[in-house]
Write a protein that binds this ligand. Structure first.
Ligand code: PEP
Ligand code: CO
Length: 442
């Protein structure tokens, strides 16, 4: 990789970075992280890359989902397990419909840093630095909490390590086994019509397994364990640099399997593009309404110069009202350049609004509308709709409006737990999966 080094990004402008009051304290934490074990291995990142290459060819479909921002306070086995199980439920619904393998990636085990629209926040005449995620500062509105604190990097690293450990155990030791397909359902959706639809699929899976067993043949490994990958926004470059590791001649980010560049940090000549062009993990790029087709083609050339399938995923997030205008032109430009990319929709980030009670929310119908447009635009362009990127949780939160239970603005007050953007709850996610399954069957 010409003129690239782990520190070459430092010669460029890095947007959305924290300003630490004490550089010595920061450097000391970073050097301790440099000597710690990576959270993921090079081989795992390459396994994901090869699974994504199948997505790129249209032979598999990607689900990427999890919290907008993980936090120290909401970290629990229950939280991680419930997100994991809902992703498995979505995957089984979509596998049945699409008859393709589903690549499963959590926004998890490292999703701690947030880009913000403003550097400061003002409440009642007091102005403080904005909350940038638990990796950097605290959400409480006081001077001490909002001051960036380097020891948070260590705490986030250890939390990500514990989360990765749990996900590995869940993936390989029975929970993810297809024979447990019924147990992935959550208590609070047991009695809904969505649960009935899910149960029908789970029954079919169980009887297929019984049939295979009766025939005497069942590749047990394929049924008993899965690959589940971690991902987060690669925003905090000093942290990501400290967790770079070398394998053979390749540098890879050991903080997670898939890292993405956010829509606010994707400047052509910026530090994030510089850093990630030299990182060998599969990477993703958020693409918002301000992206010009020629700019996108240039960025892809920098991030994937060898045109490897699976190396680069484009996560588009325009908003339901913008996608019809923006996406076709980008697809045409990328097609014309011969670049191999995966197209994924993030129907969340362009569809956020403020409810009358001041809470940030999203409506199920608008999310669905962007998702449907994404599917039909790709069908019309002859390209593969590669996957979906959702802010979601397995918990029974009330953060997004609508869905089968028709959550209203008043309902939002019941369990609004997000530290950043509103997430689909388990019920809304499964409902979305069934609708998407119908689209994939068409
Ligand atoms: C996010 O995914 O949480 C995010 C900040 O997205 P974007 O970069 O697309 O705004
Ligand atoms: Co978000």
């Amino acid at each position: 990789m010409a003129n690239w080094s782990p520190t070459s990004w430092q010669q460029k402008t890095a947007k959305q970075q924290a300003s630490y009051p004490n550089d010595e304290a920061l450097q000391s934490v970073l050097s301790s992280l440099e000597s710690m074990p990576g959270l993921v291995s090079y081989e795992e990142t390459q396994q994901l890359q090869s699974e994504l290459a199948r997505v790129c060819r249209g032979d598999a479909f990607l689900i990427q989902g999890g919290d907008c921002a993980e936090t120290f306070d909401h970290f629990s086995e229950k939280n991680v397990t419930s997100t994991f199980k809902v992703i498995l439920q979505m995957a089984i619904v979509l596998t049945q419909a699409a008859r393709k393998p589903i690549v499963k990636v959590g926004r998890i085990a490292g999703q701690f840093a947030k880009p913000r629209s403003s550097d400061t926040e003002t409440r009642n005449g007091i102005t403080l630095p904005s909350y940038r995620g638990d990796l950097i500062n605290g959400i409480e509105f006081n001077e001490q909490a909002r001051m960036p604190c380097p020891t948070r990097l260590q705490r986030a690293y250890f939390q990500a390590a514990a989360t990765t450990n749990l996900l590995r155990a869940l993936s390989s030791s029975g929970t993810a086994s297809l024979s447990n397909v019924h147990s992935w359902n959550k208590g609070f959706i047991e009695r809904s019509s969505i649960a009935d639809r899910y149960k029908t699929i789970a029954d079919q899976v169980t009887s297929s397994l019984d049939f295979m067993k009766a025939c005497g043949g069942l590749a047990s490994h394929a049924v008993q364990q899965i690959n589940f990958f971690t991902s987060h926004e690669g925003l905090h470059l000093p942290y990501e640099q400290a967790l770079l590791r070398q394998s053979d001649d390749a540098w890879y980010a050991s903080s997670g399997h898939l890292l993405w560049i956010g829509d606010r940090t994707r400047q052509l000549d910026g530090a994030h593009i510089e850093f990630f062009r030299g990182v060998s993990n599969p990477i993703a790029l958020k693409v918002g309404p301000s992206m010009a087709p020629s700019e996108l083609v240039e960025i892809i050339n920098i991030l994937n110069p060898n045109n490897l399938p699976g190396r680069l995923t484009l996560i588009t997030r325009f908003g339901a009202d913008n996608i019809d205008d923006k996406l076709p032109r980008l697809i045409q430009a990328v097609k014309a350049s011969g670049q191999q990319v995966i197209w994924v929709t993030d129907p969340m980030h362009g569809n956020t609004h403020t409810a009358t009670n001041g809470l940030k929310t999203r409506s199920f119908d608008r999310i669905l509308s962007e998702l449907r447009s994404f599917m039909s635009i790709h069908a019309a362009q002859g390209t593969h709709a590669g996957g979906v990127h959702l802010e979601m949780t397995g918990m029974d939160v009330t953060e997004c409006l609508g869905g089968l239970h028709n959550l209203t603005e008043t309902d939002l007050l019941q369990r609004y737990d997000t530290a950043c953007d509103p997430r689909l709850n388990a019920d809304q996610v499964l409902e979305m999966a069934f609708i998407l399954a119908d689209e994939l069957c068409d």
